[in-house]
Design a protein around this ligand. Structure first.
Ligand code: SME
Length: 191
């Protein structure tokens, strides 16, 4: 009963056992290479997000899922603040980060303004890189788009190792980002 109650509270609709696997012990094989672990995450994360309408809750779980599955040191979202025309810190896992990022400065802004994934093998080589943490040596930032194709957020992933994102990692992260983008318009942001 306790399991069922928690399943219902979390909005999971396709099987209690599966919910437990997703929420408490990600259904991925941690012995696999990282890119394969990320690929394994796409379907369960999609299913988890389908059960919840809060965009904040879904971004929080998406960040936590990738953080736990991959081991990179910072994983999180910056959301486009249309009124202020900048990016504001959203749900993340990792150390305290810059709360606002501005047009024309840094990797996140580049992903936002060019609507293009930015893969940065060495952050010191990226002009204008914003160093929220001196521990970050490489990073990837992926644009999240609404159904109209507008960038509504970016997904920022930082590594403490240089050149730490393989093509396969980026491909898997793009699949995860596509899942977030596809659902974006169905989400609410007030609660
Ligand atoms: N490095 C990013 C800023 C965000 S933090 O890394 C969390 C950038 O250059 O936009």
């Amino acid at each position: 009963m306790m399991g069922l109650a928690r399943w219902m509270a979390c909005g999971w609709q396709q099987g209690e056992a599966y919910f437990w696997a997703v929420a408490h012990d990600l259904p991925i094989d941690m012995t696999l290479p990282r890119a394969l672990r990320l690929q394994q995450l796409v379907q369960p994360l999609q299913a988890l997000m389908e059960g919840e309408r809060s965009g904040w809750a879904n971004l929080a779980n998406a960040a936590a899922a990738v953080f736990s599955a991959a081991g990179w040191h910072w994983v999180g979202f910056y959301v486009v603040d249309q009124a202020e025309d900048n990016l504001v810190l959203g749900p993340f896992q990792g150390s305290v980060a810059c709360t606002r990022l501005f047009r024309g400065k840094g990797v996140c802004a580049a992903a936002w303004e060019h609507n293009e994934t930015q893969v940065v093998p060495n952050v010191h080589d990226f002009p204008g890189h914003v160093a929220c943490s001196s521990a970050s040596l490489s990073e990837v930032v992926l644009p999240v788009c609404n159904a109209a194709g507008e960038v509504v957020a970016v997904w920022d992933i930082d590594s403490a190792k240089a050149d730490d994102f393989s093509a396969a990692d980026v491909e898997a992260l793009e699949a995860l980002t596509a899942a977030v983008s596809t659902m974006w318009d169905a989400w609410t942001w007030t609660r």
